[in-house]
Write a protein that binds this ligand. Structure first.
Ligand SMILES: [Cu+2]
Length: 160
């Protein structure tokens, strides 16, 4: 049972190209012990929600920076203010819902006005300027990260 499970996990890790995860299984007697060199190291900055025009839908923007040597993916976001949060990419003027967004190793995932974004629907209430909304970001590899996201005026643009 355990061996089967382990093999399944190893196969899954292989399929994803996660050699670091395999080393962590400890079967190969490798000497370097893994370290953090091939793992993602994430932080979140610049998050905000523009005050929505409508009562039932809002957008969200933020940046996830990855200082680690391993890639990760943002897979979902949960928040008390919305029953549904979806991830959208924007190509030109077309918006498409996706199941995850890449956070490249040594790079960042930037969600910004006019680009990729979060869509909050089924709102518990309409967010007000000055309010802080809790977001929990879920990733394929890393532990969840919880942040407080300020609601900003519709015209707000981040400085960078
Ligand atoms: Cu959208």
């Amino acid at each position: 049972m355990t061996a089967t499970r382990h093999r399944a996990a190893a196969a899954a890790a292989l399929a994803l190209g996660l050699t670091g995860a395999l080393t962590a299984c400890g079967d190969n007697g490798g000497g370097d012990g893994g370290g953090s060199g091939d793992r993602p190291e994430l932080s979140v900055s610049g998050a905000y929600i523009p005050r929505p025009a409508m009562a039932d839908m809002a957008a969200g923007f933020l940046t996830v920076t990855n200082k680690g040597g391993g890639a990760d993916r943002l897979t979902s976001i949960t928040t008390p203010i919305a029953r549904d949060v979806t991830l959208h990419t924007t190509k030109g003027t077309r918006m498409k819902q996706v199941s995850s967004l890449d956070v490249p190793a040594g790079g960042r995932l930037r969600l910004s006005s006019g680009g990729d974004h979060l869509m909050l629907t089924k709102l518990a209430h309409k967010p007000k300027v000055g309010e802080k909304v809790e977001f929990t970001l879920h990733f394929a590899m890393s532990d969840p990260i919880t942040i407080k996201v300020p609601v900003e005026p519709m015209t707000y643009r981040p400085k960078d």
